[in-house]
Design a protein around this ligand. Structure first.
Ligand code: GDP
Length: 457
């Protein structure tokens, strides 16, 4: 499993050009790589001025800083070198080319540094996930949650639970292995089951969190939908431009879904513009439409936009049909084009609808503040209390539910209690917790987790 015979290197800082670039090297040849490029190994954990030379031609490439972290006290647990260079493309290219010429060194794969940290026991899986979330965090609340996870909030708890389980298991196994031992107290199974019960109750309490942690990771997903020309793109642009805290406007994987990530009063909100949802005969476009629909039907909230100036048909049935499982709001747009009288008469009708209505103009922004406030309130309610959650991914929930299931089965044993059954269930519960932290049996989930990392991390 361990490929640590190789020494890996990569650009670990962001996209060049930049003021500074950080190149990391990890593995048994990291020291040799430093010698080859800068002619020395600096004292451990001290920044040293370094002149970088191409080992083949001897030509100087750049002047920077070098740091040396000998194993095992490094991020990966291996010998690690870090070079801080000027962040120009040619500088970086020359340094990476020089490193590739050092025997035993090769470019790192995505997530490979972190994977080595995991394999060398520096980080458990929940910490790895926390690290990935910290890099991906868009809002303060997400950052706090990710940092807690990276510092072991769930991982340490799971390890403590597992230790308790092993104690309980040892009691039951002692009874099984030495049934007639006079020195052993008669009843070892009762105290074991008492521990199992405490553990089950504690894990069950942890799971009863309304999925707060998972929700915060994903944010409130809001789809903007409605007929062509209702003003969907205008609304999205208006919100995006108005909201100074917009984080990363990001064109989706298809040209038909535009995603905008917002920070509404500290709550992460993802807005989807489904303007591309329309009937089409072009197969490529149909595929885009299918994906756009799929994204929209999974949204937590659908904003259905209506052009108040044209007919203003009340789309109740259509809405229920298209989005049966989502919370829905009707947004009456273009109120700048209609008379106050008409707005009044619309308002008198809409309160009979099943969905809240908002009256706005994406053009003049009238009604806009009230609408944004309501959206902020909705996202806050969606995320629930701000109390920190331990479970932040479906993977965690699944492992903990498995542990609770096994503990339940152990606790359901009736007198005469079959000790071997209790032991086996306790073992299964321990295994579920071990999978959570990556102690046991996780090859299958590793690729999924590390797939999200970029190269150099
Ligand atoms: P979409 O097809 O639903 O994305 O609609 P667009 O955002 O492209 O808007 C269609 C047209 O309506 C554009 O010409 C917009 O400028 C106009 N529009 C959008 N919102 C408003 C509004 O609140 N008031 C007025 N008067 N025009 C609007």
């Amino acid at each position: 499993m361990l490929k640590s015979a190789d020494t890996i290197f990569a650009l670990s800082s962001g996209r060049p050009p930049a003021a500074i670039a950080v190149v990391r090297v990890s593995g048994p040849r990291a020291g040799a790589a430093l010698e080859a490029l800068i002619g020395k190994i600096p004292p451990p954990r001290h920044a040293a001025l370094a002149r970088l030379h191409d080992p083949a031609s001897g030509e100087m490439i750049d002047e920077g800083l070098a740091l040396w972290f000998p194993a095992p006290r490094s991020e990966t647990g291996e010998d690690t070198a870090e070079l801080q260079l000027h962040g120009g493309r040619a500088v970086i290219a020359a340094v990476l080319a020089a490193l590739a010429r050092v025997p035993g060194c090769r470019p790192a794969e995505a997530g490979e540094f972190t994977r080595r940290a995991f394999e060398n026991g520096r980080l458990d899986l929940t910490r790895v996930e926390g690290l990935a979330d910290l890099i991906g965090a868009d809002t303060e609340a997400q950052r706090r949650q990710a940092l807690r996870q990276m510092r072991g909030a769930l991982g340490d708890r799971a390890e403590a639970w597992r230790a308790k389980l092993i104690e309980a298991l040892a009691l039951v196994e002692a009874r099984i292995d030495f049934p007639d031992e006079a020195d052993l107290p008669e009843d070892l199974v009762s105290p074991a089951l008492a521990r199992a019960r405490e553990l089950r109750d504690e894990i069950t309490r942890t799971l009863a969190d309304q999925r707060r942690g998972e929700r915060l990771r994903e944010g409130l997903v809001v789809a903007i939908a409605g007929p062509p020309n209702a003003g969907k793109s205008s609304l999205l642009n208006r919100i995006a431009r108005r909201d100074a805290a917009i984080v990363s406007p990001f064109a989706g994987t298809t040209r038909d879904v535009i995603e905008v990530h917002l920070d509404l009063d500290g709550c992460p909100v993802t807005l989807l513009d489904t303007a591309g949802i329309r009937d089409s005969t072009d197969p490529v476009e149909q595929e885009g439409v299918r994906r756009a629909r799929e994204r929209a039907t999974a949204a937590d909230l659908v904003l259905w936009l209506v052009d108040s100036s044209t007919g203003g048909e009340i789309p109740g049935d259509l809405l229920a049909q298209e989005f049966p499982n989502n919370a829905k709001w009707i947004v009456w747009n273009k109120i700048d084009l209609v008379s106050l009288l008409r707005i009044k008469s619309l308002k008198s009708i809409v309160h009979k609808l099943d969905y809240p209505s908002y009256f706005i103009s994406a053009l003049t922004e009238s009604g806009f503040d009230e609408f944004l406030k309501a959206l902020g309130k909705q996202s806050q309610e969606f995320l629930g209390s701000s109390e920190p959650a331990l479970v932040t991914r479906a993977r965690h929930r699944y492992a903990l539910e498995n542990a609770v299931g096994a503990l339940d089965r152990a606790l359901n044993e009736q007198v005469p209690i079959r000790e071997d059954v209790v032991a086996e269930e306790l073992r299964l519960a321990g295994r579920a917790l071990g999978r959570l932290t990556g102690r046991v049996d996780v090859e299958d989930v590793l690729d999924v987790i590390f797939r999200d990392f970029c190269i150099g991390k």
